[in-house]
Design a protein around this ligand. Structure first.
Ligand code: NAD
Length: 510
């Protein structure tokens, strides 16, 4: 496979790097990477040891001590070059994302495009890391705030966006003057190794220090725990399940570290009677089955007004019947496999539970076998009539299951259902009624970090701040002013006069 060669993926790969240097540990366990697309063995990765982790963190910290003093626009120039390299490698890297993770090739390339976009964003940002100037109440005084880099930013990523989430964090963190230490999911380590190889040219050409971009591939319970407890890592951006995020938050907060938590979602679309179904149906289908329902923003609940419930249901069934399921590297297919067999088990388990609770599977739900399915990870996306209070509906099942939930009366009833889950990531409404749309966006409307009108729950652009509320963790990354989380704010008051007036007019004379 040429794309593996182009990306520097060998039969045997190492799990720790500080840039150009790879640590050659072989006795800390091995990951055998299997493609969910066809069940074929791809390559081996030797996991990083705890002692490797410590050395990598030390080197990364030392790199920070210099990198923080490089002017931000010059740091931006490095990220511009990273973006250029990603453009060169978009085709093979997108292909690897699809082959190792199982998402469609279009989505694989889309993920690399997101990396390129965030690099462009970060380059501009490198000249815009602004603070405010305030008006002092004292004569001949000036107050302003400025932002300083933090140190090492630990980036722990989930399997479902094996490269984009690293880029959202690292491009911004780097222009802000931090160094990056990445622990990818052990389900997609080759994508991370490929990115590290792509960075190597930029590192070499610019004679950048070891430790600016570092990688540690290893178990959450060893390398991950080291990072959570490491005082040298002042900020950890963790993308993953709510249970891992909760565990990480407890450990990191004990040492007063900072976190950006991007955790599970349970996203809903509301369809009101005035909705344009020509928009609502395809948006729902893409949201529910795209990436085989393995996006944090996947549409999991569809809250439909009773007046149009049957029409929407029939249109969805028709659309689902036309879906092509199969090898995600074949462009004609819409839906690829789940990441592994345990995800298939979860899918089946969730469907069993929803039926036990009174739900009705009205489409799909089968595990697909036969010649055209080259692994045991292909399933037929399911549509289920359900109620919001079912315990399984309240949970995030990382698979293509869409729950249809009926509402009656006005839109406030639908919003109540939409908010009545513990997660708060993404939400949408389809309506042509201005009042309904505004009610959805008002303070009393959607309680999610993302609230859209007439577009679906998934497929965010990099320009906005991305993240969610409640058990989604409260983090924001990517665009808007998310960069502020990667820096420490400092307020500076300067007295350029000859007197020492105290604030609030307090007199203290000696
Ligand atoms: P996961 O929670 O199993 O793993 C996430 C990461 O945490 C992995 O890198 C894993 O190795 C690491 N980890 C595990 N134990 C650890 C420990 N003790 N210490 C440190 N790190 C540890 O998640 P997953 O299955 O890879 O991804 C799916 C989940 O991620 C879903 O819940 C999904 O909603 C969520 N997700 C959220 C967002 C978002 O932006 N909100 C984006 C993508 C995925």
């Amino acid at each position: 496979m040429n794309f593996l060669k182009e990306l520097g993926i060998k039969k045997e790969n190492f799990g720790a790097s500080t840039g150009l240097t790879w640590f050659k540990t072989k006795d800390s366990g091995v990951i055998d990477v299997i493609s969910p697309t066809n069940g074929c063995y791809i390559a081996k990765v030797f996991q990083c040891s705890v002692s490797d982790y410590r050395k990598v963190a030390e080197i990364s910290h030392n790199a920070f001590l210099n990198w923080r003093n490089i002017p931000a626009p010059k740091r931006g120039e490095i990220i511009r070059q990273v973006g250029q390299k990603l453009r060169e490698f978009k085709e093979p890297l997108g292909r690897l994302v699809s082959y190792e993770m199982g998402k469609s090739i279009q989505e694989g390339h889309g993920e690399v495009q997101e990396m390129i976009d965030i690099c462009d964003f970060a380059v501009g940002l490198s000249r815009q890391l602004y603070g405010f100037t305030m008006m002092s109440e004292r004569e001949e005084h000036r107050i302003y705030d400025q932002y300083h880099p933090l140190g090492i930013v630990g980036i722990i990523t989930a399997f479902n966006f094996p490269v984009a989430v690293w880029a959202w964090n690292s491009a911004i963190a780097a222009v802000c003057g931090n160094t990056n230490l990445w622990k990818p999911s052990s389900k997609t380590p080759l994508c991370a190794i490929a990115v590290q190889n792509i960075l190597a040219d930029v590192i070499k050409k610019n004679k950048l220090p070891e430790g600016l971009f570092s990688l540690v591939i290893g178990k959450g319970s060893s390398v991950g725990e080291q990072m959570l407890n490491d005082k040298k890592v002042p900020l950890i951006s963790l993308t993953g399940s709510t249970s891992i995020g909760r565990h990480a938050a407890e450990i990191i907060s004990k040492r007063f570290g900072k976190t950006i938590l991007e955790l599970g979602g349970n996203n809903a679309i509301i369809i009101t009677p005035s909705a344009d179904l020509k928009l609502a149906i395809p948006a729902t289908v893409f949201g529910a089955v795209g990436t085989a329902g393995q996006r944090c923003t996947s549409t999991r609940r569809l809250i439909i007004h009773e007046k149009i419930f049957e029409t929407v249901k029939q249109s969805l069934i028709k659309a689902y019947e036309s879906l092509k399921i199969g090898d995600p590297l074949d462009k004609k297919n819409h839906v690829g496999p789940l990441i592994d067999k345990s995800a298939v088990k979860e899918f089946k388990h969730a469907l069993g539970r929803v039926v036990e609770e009174g739900g009705k599977i009205i489409f799909g739900g089968e595990v697909l076998t036969g010649k055209s399915y080259k692994s045991e990870c292909y399933v037929k996306p399911a549509i289920v009539e359900a109620e919001n209070h079912y315990s399984i509906v309240q949970e995030e099942t990382f698979a293509p299951i869409l729950y249809l939930i009926k509402y009656n009366g006005d839109v406030s009833n639908a919003i109540k259902i939409q908010n009545d889950v513990v997660q708060g990531l993404s939400s949408s409404i389809f309506t042509n009624d201005l009042r309904e749309a505004e009610e959805f966006l008002a303070h009393s409307g959607s309680d999610c970090g993302i609230a859209n009108v007439n577009i679906g729950t998934s497929g965010a652009e990099i320009g906005g701040a991305f993240g969610g509320e409640k058990e989604t963790g409260g983090g924001r990354e990517s665009g808007s002013d998310s960069w502020k989380q990667y820096m420490r704010r400092q307020t500076n008051t300067i007295n350029y006069g000859t007197k020492l007036p105290l604030a609030q007019g307090i007199k203290f004379e000696i």
